[in-house]
Design a protein around this ligand. Structure first.
Ligand SMILES: C[S@@+](CC[C@H](N)C(=O)[O-])C[C@H]1O[C@@H](n2cnc3c(N)ncnc32)[C@H](O)[C@@H]1O
Length: 200
């Protein structure tokens, strides 16, 4: 499979818009999710670990899942994550991992997965009873956020109500949306939601 993030990985962390966004999403997760030192966490679409780095000091372990080897290579090179993070370079939609988690978090990765319902089903299957999700992504936008025809973008953000219905269908309750951040890009505003929920 082509690594669509191979080039982007090289200077991913150097982009100010991304670091501001990750910092806002990470802070929102810290505020809205009760993290503890026994928690086993999956970071779905972890990339170079911008969110993982903020959560790792507060939990037991993070499994960073991504299909980009280049992005995960950046993540494993970070000294602060040594011993705390395991990487899994595979598509859990087709190849689930034999582990259950207390929290699945994700930032800006869901719009890269075509079948949202299947993805949420996979999240549910990877969670213990009473476990949590914290998922951040773009609110519905007009398609201008990514350059035209960017490969691997399947959704121009998400509408909150249909996403809530998918979450309910797969056994999530206490579903809460907040706006974690607003990206200002080329004169346009792109709100970013964080949805938290508990698995039944
Ligand atoms: C926009 S980046 C976000 C990276 C990171 N979460 C951050 O906030 O900096 C999206 C990430 O999702 C990953 N991704 C795309 N499709 C995926 C899939 N099916 N399974 C796991 N990761 C995926 C990409 O490889 C990329 O690293």
């Amino acid at each position: 499979m082509t690594d669509l993030f191979n080039e982007k990985a090289k200077d991913w962390d150097a982009n100010e818009m991304r670091t501001m966004l990750s910092s806002a999403i990470g802070s929102s997760i810290l505020v809205h999710v009760s993290l503890h030192d026994q928690m086993r966490v999956m970071d779905f679409g972890a990339g170079t670990g911008l969110i993982t780095s903020q959560v790792a000091p507060l939990v037991k372990k993070i499994v960073a899942v991504d299909i980009s080897e280049a992005m995960l290579n950046k993540l494993v090179s970070k000294p602060e994550l040594q011993g705390k993070v395991e990487i899994v370079c595979q598509d859990i939609i087709h190849q689930p991992i034999a582990e259950k988690f207390d929290l699945i978090m994700s930032a800006m990765a869901m719009h890269h997965v075509k079948d949202t319902s299947k993805l949420i089903q996979r999240f549910s299957e990877h969670l213990s009873h009473g476990a949590l999700i914290a998922l951040a992504d773009l609110d519905n936008e007009d398609g201008s956020f990514h350059p035209k025809d960017t490969e691997g973008v399947f959704h121009f953000g998400f509408e909150r109500n249909p996403l809530q219905i998918i979450l309910e269908k797969h056994g999530f309750r206490e579903i809460k949306f907040i706006t974690a951040h607003t990206i200002n890009k080329e004169g346009k505003k792109y709100p970013i939601f964080l949805v938290t929920a508990t698995k039944n």
